[in-house]
Design a protein around this ligand. Sequence first.
Ligand SMILES: Cc1cc2nc3c(=O)[nH]c(=O)nc-3n(C[C@H](O)[C@H](O)[C@H](O)COP(=O)(O)O)c2cc1C
Length: 237
Amino acid sequence: MLNAIGLQNVGIDAFIQKKVPFLRSINTPAIANFFGYTPDEYAELASRLDAIPEVAALEVNISCPNVKQGGIVFGTDPGCAASVVTACRAATKKTLIVKLSPNVTDIVEMAQACEGAGADALSVINTLTGMAIDLERRRPVLANVTGGLSGPAIKPIALRMVWQVARAVKVPVIGIGGIMSATDALEFILAGATAVQVGTASFVNPSAAQEIAEGMEQWLAARGIVDIKSLIGALEG
Ligand SMILES: Cc1cc2nc3c(=O)[nH]c(=O)nc-3n(C[C@H](O)[C@H](O)[C@H](O)COP(=O)(O)O)c2cc1C
């Protein structure tokens, strides 16, 4: 999938008024993903999310332009990324997950900068910057010209980055990128992920996450593996 939907959302006030009551009605821990355009804005959101009992943990999206530094994406510079994480860390006692951008030369440098600034866990990876062209019209397909690439096409890159990051940090890594099946998810666990997320697959099949979780349980049971923790980072060779 190549998307340029931006980061539309209802905003923190409407989230508290309209979405949180729904979270109260379900028996599942919820993680809130958020972003800002300055470290102060990130900190303000972290602090407001911290005060919501229905929010179990915070995931900070650092793939966002820093308007105070010429629009450089926070997640592509270790110093900028660390400044966001430091600001959020001071604003919340809840579990703080930092979601890394893959659009960098050295993902390990970014991971270590975020860990050093107080991240409790790292999500790896966000979308890769891509582009599509309409040949006959000689125009970009997306009005925004570029967009975020996700789904099976990015799985090998995501696996490689999870593997690199998991070996280089002490905090847990959450694997994301092109997970369509239980076997995809288990490959991420072998590469070093402690948990996984499912994005694009949910657009194809809204029940994908549940089916993947069930498929993982079946795969483990069929092989007599009692605890999935024994597979984390257990890649051989
Ligand atoms: C339509 C769409 C919207 C997304 N919006 C966000 C977002 O708001 N914040 C964020 O951190 N990641 C966002 N992502 C990135 C996904 O969470 C995920 O990191 C990425 O798509 C790779 O996983 P996947 O291949 O399973 O989709 C979005 C992805 C898609 C396809």
